[in-house]
Design a protein around this ligand. Structure first.
Ligand code: MEV
Length: 427
């Protein structure tokens, strides 16, 4: 096939780039220069990044921002956030300050159980399978000992292995539904290694067992954290709204997200702005978190809000419950220098403490979004934060930037207004 390549992974980095430039960039030297411009001059650091994944040709930067003033369970945090979207970090910082002055966030880990499954087919009598499972269950634990030894020393390990009959949904389909405690590790490799050993032991006891696959589940409804803020309704008053007006409209916005999936998706997307950026900064797997969180949001059968709110006896309460499988040891956490910095900034938290911090970041983000949406509208703040991006897009120089930032302190930022102001200035 035209433009196909074999042995690409064996090419050196320079050879990979040369092949790409010749075959996909019409030998344009600028494309090559752009890739090389993002190489780190520190060769050791560059090699470390190259080796995180495969076929690496350059680095892809994301901003590493921080949101100060987070009071969580009476402890102050500066939260690291890796995200490209303007106004997310500002919104988190604003919400942090707002709630710091009203008692801060309370967060609590409700459970830490993770799940993995051996999916297999069996077409004999269920009673026969059940008896077989009962007999072999101790051996399933025994033969994973070499893998679980270290985790058990840290207080974790395999909690249980249960035989699940799924034949009503798929003929002959069963699972060994296995639960784990993985302490400060996210545990994906540990869980998958255990499952593969369990599968090997299990299938060796009967030729009628056909193992289809063994893999952890990223759905972790029993690895759950809750974060909350509360205050007197009166303490929510702004220059324009009474506390009651603010709280009532805010509550309606939450109710809409609870019952209307179109709104719930955007509402939860805003929550994930906070969640993902901390998950990413701390070297965790944001795809796993995303998949698990959205499944949780749809657990009733209808996609719904991850946050909830109430007004009772003059008190406003706003909370979130999130399934989060996070680690503060293993994976990238000990490898990526900025991940180490992020974890150090957070005071080297345990995985449970990190779950609390991440849930708070999500709640704070949602509070800030709903506060804007139900009062000024989102664009006023967002476009102000986005102004620099538009100026950069038009390659504004330093003097132009100073002038235009000053101008837009008193004018509404829209894309066309910025373009017009740049044109007027340049004319
Ligand atoms: C934008 O990234 C996030 C928001 O749309 C969230 C929301 O609407 O709640 C502002």
């Amino acid at each position: 096939m035209e433009n196909s390549v074999s042995g690409f992974s064996k090419f050196t980095k320079a050879e990979k780039i040369d092949w790409l430039i010749a075959n996909h960039f019409q030998n344009n030297p600028k494309a090559k220069a752009d890739l090389e411009r993002y190489w780190n001059t520190d060769e050791v650091l560059q090699k470390l990044h190259d080796e995180f994944t495969e076929n690496t040709i350059s680095n892809f930067y994301l901003p590493f921002g921080v949101a100060p003033n987070f009071l969580i369970n009476d402890k102050m945090y500066v939260i690291p956030m890796t995200i490209e979207e303007s106004s997310v970090v500002a919104a988190a910082s604003n919400a942090a300050k707002f709630w710091m002055e009203r008692g801060g966030f309370k967060a609590e880990v409700l459970s830490t159980t993770k799940v993995g499954q051996v999916h297999f087919m069996f077409h004999g009598a269920f009673s026969e399978l059940e008896a077989l499972f009962k007999t072999i269950k101790p051996q399933l634990f025994e033969e994973t000992k070499a893998i679980t030894k270290n985790m058990e020393a840290r207080g974790g390990g395999i909690l249980d292995i249960a035989l699940m009959d799924k034949t009503e949904k798929l003929s002959g389909y069963y699972q060994l539904h296995t639960t784990f405690e993985t302490k400060d590790a996210m545990g994906a490799n540990f869980i998958n290694s255990c499952l593969e050993q369990i599968a090997t032991t299990f299938k060796s006891c009967s030729k009628d067992i056909q193992v289809v696959m063994s893999i952890l589940s990223n759905y972790v409804p029993d690895c759950l954290v809750r974060a909350e803020v509360s205050c007197k309704v009166d303490a929510l008053a702004t220059n324009t709204y009474t506390g009651q007006e603010f709280a009532d409209t805010f509550l309606q916005a939450v109710r809409i997200a609870e019952i209307e999936p179109y709104r719930a998706v955007t509402h939860n997307k805003g929550i994930m702005n906070g969640v993902d950026s901390v998950v990413l900064a701390t070297g965790n797997d944001f795809r796993a978190v995303e998949a698990g969180v959205h499944a949780y949001a749809a657990r009733s059968g209808s996609y719904s809000s991850l946050t909830h709110a109430s007004i009772e006896d003059g008190a406003f309460k706003f909370w979130i419950e999130l399934p989060l499988a996070l680690g503060t040891v293993g994976g990238l956490t000990g490898l990526h220098p900025l991940v180490k910095t992020a974890l150090e900034l957070l005071g080297k938290p345990s995985a449970k403490e990190l779950m609390e911090i991440v849930a708070v970041a999500g709640l704070a983000q949602n509070f800030a979004a709903l506060k804007s949406l139900t009062t000024t509208g989102i664009q006023q703040g967002h476009m102000k934060m986005h102004l620099l991006n538009i100026l950069n897009q038009f390659e504004a120089n330093a003097t132009e930037k100073i002038h235009l930032i000053e101008h837009f302190k008193t004018h509404t930022v829209t894309h066309s207004a910025v373009v017009e102001a740049i044109e007027n200035l340049r004319a």
